[in-house]
Ligand binder design. Structure first.
Ligand code: ADP
Length: 192
């Protein structure tokens, strides 16, 4: 039976990298609200216009919008989901629990990628420099100013989810400072 997991951790912790690994290795389905919002922004929809400014500043988009995006994806069916960047607030976590119940599914684990702030700044600034060097677009929120806001949003709004999932018996911590393969190995051990 395929399992559904949540990847938790601050911006730059490596959620997207590990999600991509899981898609490749296990055929899981990545549900990244960040990617969905960037798609909405790129397609120029009304919602895209509303969220663009909020995202560039590093603030969180409203719960209503992101819950709506996730609800749509789950309504399409399937399982083996990796929730990447969602939930980010307690309200989103409660909404996800309700959606899972409605669709007869459950969350196997909430995997916390544990890192420290210094590494996050290096990784995000590095990601922007790499994109620039490769002539690729740099994310509007990958700058020092937005990063400060994103980190604060993480500590204030998202980190309470660590206690929430701990209380549900679902929290599993992994060392996000280890190299990519080692982190992937730790996550594989949680899934198997
Ligand atoms: P990162 O984790 O590297 O900061 P993401 O791609 O996950 O990047 O998210 C980028 C931005 O998209 C966030 O800073 C926020 O503005 C918005 N966003 C993504 N997911 C959510 C969510 N679940 N709730 C609210 N806002 C979100």
């Amino acid at each position: 039976m395929s399992v559904n997991i949540i990847l938790l951790g601050p911006p730059g912790a490596g959620k997207g990298t590990q999600a991509a690994r899981l898609v490749e290795a296990r055929g899981m389905v990545q549900l990244s609200t960040g990617d969905m919002l960037r798609e909405a922004q790129a397609s120029g929809t009304e919602m895209g216009k509303i969220v663009a400014d909020v995202m560039a500043k590093g603030q969180l988009v409203t719960d209503e919008i992101v819950i709506g995006l996730i609800r749509e994806k789950l309504a399409q069916g399937g399982s083996g989901f990796i929730f990447d960047g969602f939930p980010r607030t307690l309200a989103q976590a409660d909404a996800l629990a309700a959606l899972m119940e409605e669709t007869g599914q459950s969350i196997h684990a909430a995997v916390e990628l544990q890192v420290n702030d210094e590494i996050l700044v290096d990784r995000i600034v590095g990601r922007a420099e790499q994109a620039r060097a490769a002539g690729q677009p740099v994310r509007a929120d990958d700058n020092a100013e937005s990063l400060k806001t994103r980190l604060m949003a993480y500590y204030k709004q998202t980190s309470p989810l660590i206690g929430y999932y701990h209380a549900k018996g679902l929290l599993r911590g992994v060392d996000g400072l280890a190299d990519i393969d080692a982190v992937a190995g730790q996550i594989a051990a949680i899934l198997d």
